[in-house]
Design a protein around this ligand. Structure first.
Ligand SMILES: [Mg+2]
Length: 373
């Protein structure tokens, strides 16, 4: 695509991409192959928003806002993001670029970045400094309430399929029996647990803390604040990963400063986009802490963005991201897949490495709106 008439060129000879000439918001509903059950709710379909940013020179970038349907996760719901994105687009007249807070804002930044990278012919992975073409995986067993033997079997199959470790969703009263069964199959060093903030204090986790898990994710509610979490978590011997507490790179910095995180769960949508996610990984590296890219049940576009972050050398633990086929029958773009070792292949190519298939989009779209300026 050549630079169109009227495109402003920057000193580098690249067209000004500070505001789009068009913004398209596509809300899709894609059925999940199996329900995703965690302490904060159950997801049966992926109701997410795809954003297309068109620059004055005609280059287009895409991004995904992978919010959840049910409330309780800090990114807010898809309905909330939909309202934010529509009003951001409606306000973006004249010289103002569309901008929004939270996951909606992250999607706008990522779509703009994707368009920029396509314009300069660069991949997101190389732009961020990602060094690995494929990354090791942690299979998340999101079957809170499923019988222990069923989860143990799922863990065994995941490791046989190339997962380096597994993570079990737990909540008070639904923890020890399940974890013991899973550890019996794959070992404690290959097992982590995600509490989604469902425990009230360290005493409730006594038994779990003795299991020798790789790490324990967000044991206590994010609402307690980082200082309080640091105090409570000091009473646990298991390394603690924070997820829901980390809502920006600044929050990551604070968590590391007060000693509230041994491990960082890095999610672009929650932190403010891929560049904020990459900054968060760099902060973990500087602090000598481990990091991994967590999952938001992304469709292929969001999954490609997140996988690029997972390829950074500072992501020292296996990513929660899995292949598209684990979640959906047909992805909205060329699926994200595994290599023959069972590692996740990081999409390559211009931008995030994937573009939506218009035919598939049309079959899943429930709303599709264009804003042109
Ligand atoms: Mg989590």
């Amino acid at each position: 695509m050549a630079a169109g008439d009227g495109a402003t060129l920057t000193a580098a000879g690249v067209a000004d991409d500070s505001r789009p000439v068009s913004l398209r918001l596509v809300r899709v509903r894609v059925p999940l192959r199996t329900p995703h059950r965690a302490a904060h709710g159950t997801e049966r379909e992926r109701d997410v928003i795809l954003v297309r940013w068109t620059r004055p020179d005609g280059f287009e970038g895409w991004a995904e806002c992978p919010t959840l349907t049910t409330p309780g996760y800090p990114t807010g719901t898809t309905e909330e993001a939909w309202v934010l994105l529509r009003s951001a687009a409606a306000r973006a007249a004249g010289s103002a670029a569309p901008a929004a807070v939270g996951a909606a804002g992250a999607a706008l930044l990522d779509a703009r970045l994707d368009a920029h990278l396509r314009a300069i012919g660069s991949s997101l992975r190389s732009h961020l400094g990602g060094s690995r073409p494929a990354v090791e995986r942690c299979a998340v067993l999101a079957g809170l309430g499923d019988p222990p033997e069923q989860q143990a079997e799922a863990a065994r199959r995941a490791v046989e399929g190339g997962a380096a470790m597994v993570k079990v969703k737990i909540a008070p009263g639904r923890d020890l029996e399940i974890l013991s069964a899973v550890i019996g199959e794959v070992g404690a060093a290959a097992t982590a647990a995600d509490c989604n903030g469902s425990y009230g204090g360290p005493d409730q986790l006594d038994g779990v803390d003795r299991l020798g898990l790789r790490y324990l994710e967000q044991p206590f509610p994010a609402a307690l604040g980082l200082d309080r979490l640091a105090v409570l978590q000091r009473r646990l011997r298991t390394p603690v990963a924070l997820d829901e507490s980390l809502t920006s790179a600044e929050a990551v910095e604070s968590a590391l400063t007060v000693g509230a995180a041994d491990v960082l769960s890095v999610k672009p949508a929650r932190l403010g986009g891929v560049e904020a996610a990459a900054r968060s990984v760099a902060l973990a590296t500087s602090a000598g802490r481990d990091a991994f890219v967590g999952g938001m049940l992304e469709l292929g576009i969001g999954r490609s963005f997140a996988a690029a972050v997972a390829s950074l050398p500072g992501c020292t633990l296996p990513t929660d991201l899995g292949p598209s086929a684990r979640y959906v029958e047909t992805d909205v773009c060329e699926p994200v897949v595994l290599d023959d070792r069972g590692w996740l292949l990081v999409p390559d190519g211009p931008g995030c490495g994937r573009l939506p298939d218009e035919g598939v989009l049309a079959s899943y779209a429930v709303e599709d709106i264009d804003f042109d300026w």
